[in-house]
Design a protein around this ligand. Structure first.
Ligand SMILES: *[C@@H]1O[C@H](CO)[C@@H](O)[C@H](O)[C@H]1NC(C)=O
Ligand SMILES: *[C@@H]1O[C@H](CO)[C@@H](O)[C@H](O)[C@H]1NC(C)=O
Ligand SMILES: *[C@@H]1O[C@H](CO)[C@@H](O)[C@H](O)[C@H]1NC(C)=O
Ligand SMILES: *[C@@H]1O[C@H](CO)[C@@H](O)[C@H](O)[C@H]1NC(C)=O
Length: 261
């Protein structure tokens, strides 16, 4: 009588399949079953005609690999992806980088909530510093692929201090970067990454020794850029590097929330 046994296996397989059930095992890096999730609506003109939503979510495991608690963070952008093709005059690439850890505060105010976390001076200095660093890369003449990924990667060994900003800003375990829009000047089209959700976040990462309550106090920082690609017309000023900051907190474990800062 093998049949009832097979039937049982089939049910278990269905329950643990994230795509169908909306449940996601903690160790599955392809999805996140949000204990807490938040969405921040931001505008990113001129390429995106409508606002786009930055999503940040996390799950927690009280025991982790052994004794220490762990969390799994995930992020993605949700959008309709209506693009202004007239805005595509050179090849550009858009990327998002996200960091979580050793940074608490209360998102509010300008720069999509970041000013409330670290003050407007830090936001201004950080944006100028990142624009300048991207500008230097793009105008260096050296070949590059994903400019934001390249720049964030270059911070790994020597995290740069940014005036008026919290010291651990770039000193963090993980700082994943995802490319989400690639513009082609020849036919004025853009290839846009598929919108994300908790069943298919753009990136997930585990954080050691972090409880759910601690993670709820953490601020997730997103850096979103739109930068000329290698081989395209070089920008003349750093103002031509487009850059937005976003700061989000997934407030109390077990609840979902969204805000429109
Ligand atoms: C689309 O982009 C062009 C060129 O930047 C701009 O002139 C136009 O106003 C934009 N259209 C909309 C609807 O934002
Ligand atoms: C927080 O800082 C400590 C000490 O520098 C470091 O060991 C830890 O990895 C950091 N946490 C995260 C999540 O980056
Ligand atoms: C975990 O965090 C606690 C409190 O923050 C600290 O005392 C402990 O040393 C950490 N353990 C490891 C293995 O990092
Ligand atoms: C722009 O991108 C398209 C598509 O990848 C490529 O064929 C073209 O050579 C690029 N143009 C420049 C100036 O790099």
């Amino acid at each position: 009588m093998a049949r009832p046994y097979l039937f049982l296996l089939a049910i278990i397989a269905t329950i643990f399949s994230p795509a169908t059930a909306g449940l996601c095992n903690f160790w599955d890096t392809e999805c996140v079953d949000p204990l807490a999730q938040t969405a921040i609506s931001i505008t990113f003109p001129p390429l995106f005609l409508e606002s786009i939503n930055f999503y940040y979510a996390f799950d927690a495991d009280a025991r982790g690999k052994g004794q220490e608690p762990m969390t799994k963070a995930g992020f993605w952008i949700g959008y309709e992806a209506y693009v202004n093709n007239s805005a595509i005059d050179i090849n550009r690439t858009s990327e998002i980088a996200v960091r979580v850890g050793n940074l608490t505060g209360t998102p509010s105010g300008n720069n999509n909530g970041c000013d409330g976390v670290w003050g407007s001076d830090c936001s201004m200095n950080l944006k100028n510093y990142l624009r300048q660093t991207l500008f230097d890369l793009v105008t260096s003449g050296k070949s590059y692929q994903d400019p934001l990924r390249t720049v964030i990667g270059s911070f790994r060994d020597n995290p740069p201090p940014v005036k008026n900003c919290p010291p651990p800003l770039f000193d963090v375990q993980r700082f994943p970067v995802e490319e989400f829009a690639v513009e082609n000047e020849e036919d004025m089209t853009a290839v846009i990454k598929k919108t994300g959700n908790s069943d298919s976040p753009w990136s997930t990462f585990l954080i050691d020794n972090m409880t759910a309550a601690e993670q709820a106090e953490q601020v997730a920082v997103g850096i979103i850029t739109r930068t000329p690609m290698y081989g395209s017309a070089m920008p003349r000023t750093q103002e031509e590097i487009q850059l937005e900051l976003v700061c989000a907190q997934a407030p109390s474990p077990g609840t979902s929330s969204s805000s429109d800062d």
